[in-house]
Design a protein around this ligand. Structure first.
Ligand SMILES: Cc1cc2nc3c(=O)[nH]c(=O)nc-3n(C[C@H](O)[C@H](O)[C@H](O)COP(=O)(O)OP(=O)(O)OC[C@H]3O[C@@H](n4cnc5c(N)ncnc54)[C@H](O)[C@@H]3O)c2cc1C
Length: 450
C-alpha cells in the first residue's frame, strides 16, 4: 500500500500536537486533523482559560486582604465582558502559536473532522475522501458527561462556561470533582451566589482525606453553599431562570446550572470499531504501555485513553509515542508520582500516594501541620494551610506530599522532584528551610501525628 502520510494524527490538542511535531522532527510525513481549534481542551476550554478565571476571581479577596496592610481600596466592580474579551485574545494568540508550530515542523494541517475507516485509512470531513497513513494516532481527548435527567438540556458544561454572555447571579454547580470545585470557587470569587451539589459523601474523591475535608471547610467558609449527598432529580425553566428539584424534593432557584460530573473519552462516531480497535467500557481506547492499540498501526494518547487526564501527561504520552515509533527508541509513558494541582481557592498541590492508599501498601508515618500563613496575620482572614507527608516506615521514603494553601501548585512541582527521586523524610529534613515562607514547613515537620 502506498501511504500519503507516515503518521496521521486525529486531534490537535496537547497530546496530538506534541506527537505530530516530534514525529515530523524525526523526518516523518505528518498530517493532523482538528475539528475545532488547535491547542485543544487545555488551551481553548480547559487549563488555560480556567487559570485566567481563577486569577480574575481571586482579586475580590485580595482587595479585602489589602485593608489589613493599610490600603484603602475604593469601590470595585467586575466587568465580565472585558475579562472575556481579554481572555479570548490570549486564547487566540496561543491557538495561533500551536498551529504555527505544527506548520513550521512541516506537518500538514487539516481544519476538519477526521474519522477512521480502516487500520491505515482516515476520512477527512472537509473533502470527504480518504487518506492513507502508515500509522494513525488517536488523540481526540474527552468530552463532558451530563447525566440524562429531565431538563438536562438546560444545563451548561465547562465547554460553555468560558463564553457566557454575562456572569450569572445565582449558579448551581453539580459535581464534586476538581473541575466542579474549581468553578465553584471561581464563580463565588467573581460574585455569584454559588450552590454546589454533590451526590457523594465528600468532594474530591481520590484525593487525600485530610485535603478533602480541609478544602470543603474553606469553600464553605468563603460562602459556597456546598451540599453533599444531594443530587438533582430534574431541571425546569421558570419565569426568572431555572428551578432545580433535588432528590429529597427540595427546590433551588438559579440562573445557571453548570454540570461538572465527569468526562468521557471522545470516541463516539470515530469509526474505531470498524477498524477493529478495542474500546473499554467507558469508550476509552485500550492501549499498552507504548500507547499501541490491538490494531498494530493505530495508537492513542491523552484523555481518550482514560489513563491520567492531565495535559502534561498527554504531552508525555505523545512524546513517548513519537520516540517509540519514529525515533527508534521504545519509550513507555511513566504514570507514577505525577504531581498535580487543583485550582480551588486556596489551591491544592499533591504528589504520590494518599494516606489511605499508602496504608494499603505499607506501614506508614503521617506528618501533618495546619497553620495560619503569615500573609493572613495582617489580613485577618481566618484561613489555615495544610501540609501533609506520608512516609513509609521501613525505609523512611516519602510516598506522598499533600498541600492546601497559597502557591501549593508551585510548591508541589518541586516537592514532586524529590518524591520522584525517592527522597526520604530525612532528605527533606536535611534541607535548610527558606524563611519566612510557608514551604519551610515541608522541611520542619518533626513529629509524626500518626
Ligand atoms: C475545565 C477543564 C480544566 C482543566 N484543567 C486542567 C489543569 O489545570 N491541568 C491539567 O493538567 N489538565 C487540566 N485539564 C485536562 C486537560 O485539558 C486534558 O487532560 C488535555 O487537554 C488532554 O489532551 P488531549 O490531547 O488528550 O486532548 P484535547 O486537548 O482534548 O484535544 C483533543 C482535540 O481533538 C479534537 N477532536 C476530537 N475529535 C476529533 C475528530 N474526530 N477529528 C478532528 N479533531 C477531533 C478536539 O476538538 C480537541 O481539540 C482540564 C480540563 C478541563 C475540561
Amino acid at each position: 500500500m502506498e501511504f500519503d502520510y507516515d503518521l496521521f494524527v486525529i486531534g490537535g490538542g496537547s497530546g496530538g500536537v506534541r506527537a505530530a511535531r516530534m514525529a515530523a522532527g524525526y523526518g516523518a510525513r505528518v498530517g493532523v486533523a482538528e475539528e475545532f481549534r488547535f491547542g485543544g481542551t487545555c488551551v481553548v476550554r480547559g487549563c488555560v482559560p480556567k487559570k485566567l478565571m481563577v486569577y480574575a476571581s481571586a482579586f475580590s479577596e485580595l482587595f479585602e486582604d489589602a485593608e489589613g496592610y493599610g490600603w484603602q481600596v475604593g469601590p470595585r466592580s467586575f466587568d465580565w465582558s472585558r475579562f472575556i474579551a481579554a481572555k479570548d485574545a490570549e486564547i487566540a494568540r496561543l491557538e495561533a502559536i500551536y498551529a504555527r508550530n505544527l506548520d513550521l515542523a512541516g506537518c500538514e494541517l487539516h481544519r476538519c473532522r477526521a474519522e477512521v475507516t480502516g487500520p491505515h485509512t482516515v476520512r477527512l470531513a472537509s473533502h470527504g475522501h480518504e487518506v492513507r497513513a502508515r500509522h494513525i494516532l488517536i488523540a481526540t481527548g474527552g468530552t463532558p458527561f451530563v447525566p440524562d435527567i429531565p431538563g438536562a438540556h438546560h444545563a451548561i458544561t465547562s465547554n460553555e462556561i468560558f463564553d457566557l454572555p454575562h456572569l450569572p447571579a445565582r449558579v448551581a454547580v453539580v459535581g464534586g470533582g476538581y473541575i466542579a470545585c474549581e468553578f465553584a470557587g471561581i464563580l463565588n470569587g467573581l460574585g455569584a451566589r454559588v450552590t454546589q451539589l454533590y451526590r457523594g459523601e465528600q468532594i474530591l474523591r481520590g484525593f487525600d482525606d485530610d485535603v478533602r475535608g480541609h478544602v470543603a471547610g474553606l469553600m464553605r467558609a468563603k460562602g459556597i453553599d456546598l451540599r453533599t449527598e444531594t443530587d438533582v432529580a430534574r431541571i425546569d425553566r421558570a419565569e426568572d431562570g431555572l428551578v432545580l428539584t433535588l432528590e429529597d424534593g427540595a427546590r433551588l432557584a438559579v440562573d445557571c446550572v453548570l454540570y461538572a460530573t465527569g468526562r468521557v473519552p471522545n470516541t463516539a462516531g470515530l469509526g474505531l470499531e470498524k477498524a477493529g480497535v478495542a474500546l473499554g467500557p467507558r469508550g476509552e481506547v485500550l492501549v499498552d504501555r507504548w500507547s499501541q492499540t490491538n490494531v498494530p498501526s493505530i495508537f492513542a494518547v491523552g484523555d481518550v485513553t482514560d489513563r491520567l487526564a492531565l495535559t502534561p501527561v498527554a504531552i508525555r504520552e505523545g512524546a513517548a509515542f513519537a520516540r517509540t515509533v519514529f525515533g527508534g527508541e521504545p519509550t513507555a509513558a511513566d504514570h507514577s508520582d505525577v504531581p498535580t494541582a487543583v485550582f480551588t481557592q486556596p489551591e491544592i498541590g499533591t504528589v504520590g500516594l494518599t494516606e489511605a492508599e499508602a496504608r494499603r501498601e505499607a506501614e506508614v508515618e503521617i506528618y501533618r501541620s495546619t497553620f495560619r500563613p503569615m500573609f493572613h496575620t495582617l489580613s485577618g482572614r481566618d484561613e489555615r494551610m495544610l501540609m501533609k507527608m506520608v512516609v513509609r516506615k521501613s525505609d523512611r521514603r516519602v510516598l506522598g506530599v499533600h498541600i492546601v494553601g497559597h502557591a501549593a501548585a508551585e510548591m508541589i512541582q518541586l516537592a514532586g522532584v524529590a518524591v520522584k527521586m525517592g527522597a526520604t523524610k530525612e532528605d527533606f529534613d536535611r534541607t535548610v528551610a527558606v524563611h519566612p515562607t510557608a514551604a519551610e514547613e515541608l522541611v520542619t515537620m518533626r513529629d509524626p501525628v500518626a
